[in-house]
Design a protein around this ligand. Structure first.
Ligand SMILES: NC(=O)c1ccc[n+]([C@@H]2O[C@H](COP(=O)([O-])OP(=O)(O)OC[C@H]3O[C@@H](n4cnc5c(N)ncnc54)[C@H](OP(=O)(O)O)[C@@H]3O)[C@@H](O)[C@H]2O)c1
Length: 188
């Protein structure tokens, strides 16, 4: 069987490392993405994977070129409101930043991933279930609304959302198990 390779974006957060470990145990070779090189390199080293420091808002086609062929894309990158955003939570700037990282960038990445598949592939997008009404919630809802349409002209690409309530309702081990369930169900 050919080697399975996965690209995990947002690998170094609260949930990413457990998902990466589960994927590695499931036989995937990993390319790990986040903006900060140090934690990314440490995690990649511990998993014999590759660290690719990158901001998800940058060119998705270039990211995929650098990553090499992958049949599984997991996005756990997220921007939450910064304390400074609380002053003007509905300002255009705050809304733009949240929408860019949480909706526009993952949507573009999924489109680019789906377009270059030459074998069945799976994109898994982590989202938060029913966050309190806010621009952050709007950015999550925007991605979820676009979801199926992002891959409808790419039959090789399945897309699944892994949506969970905010901690303490979620933990990393359960998230990793849920991810592996989606991977198994998709036959990826
Ligand atoms: N943790 C929870 O309780 C919980 C509950 C429900 C749902 N979720 C969902 O699960 C997903 C992961 O959550 P989490 O708690 O693991 O998030 P987190 O701890 O905030 O981690 C976010 C990850 O994304 C990376 N990242 C942030 N901005 C990025 C950007 N512009 N480009 C590339 N990478 C970026 C971060 O690394 P850098 O900062 O180095 O870039 C980090 O690896 C999110 O979709 C979240 O909504 C989480």
């Amino acid at each position: 069987m050919s080697e399975r390779r996965a690209l995990v974006v947002g690998a170094t957060g609260a949930l990413g490392p457990a998902m990466c470990r589960a994927l590695k145990a499931g036989g995937y070779r990993l390319v790990l993405v986040g903006r900060r090189p140090d934690p990314l390199t440490r995690l990649a080293r511990s998993l014999s994977g590759r660290a690719l420091p990158w901001d998800i808002t940058r060119d998705p086609a270039l990211l995929l070129d650098l990553a090499g062929p992958v049949t599984l894309l997991v996005n756990a990158a997220v921007r939450r409101p910064l304390p400074a955003d609380d002053e003007e939570p509905w300002s255009p700037e705050v809304m733009r930043r949240l929408l860019e990282v949480n909706a526009v960038a993952p949507a573009q990445l999924v489109r680019a991933f789906a377009a270059r598949l030459d074998a069945p592939g799976l994109a898994v997008l982590l989202t938060e279930e029913e966050p309190p009404l806010s621009p952050y919630a709007a950015s999550i809802a925007a991605l979820e609304t676009m979801g199926p349409a992002l891959v409808e002209d790419h039959p090789l690409c399945a897309l699944r959302f892994l949506s969970q309530p905010r901690a303490p309702g979620v933990n990393a081990a359960r998230t990793a198990a849920a991810l592996m369930g989606l991977v198994a169900a998709a036959g990826s």
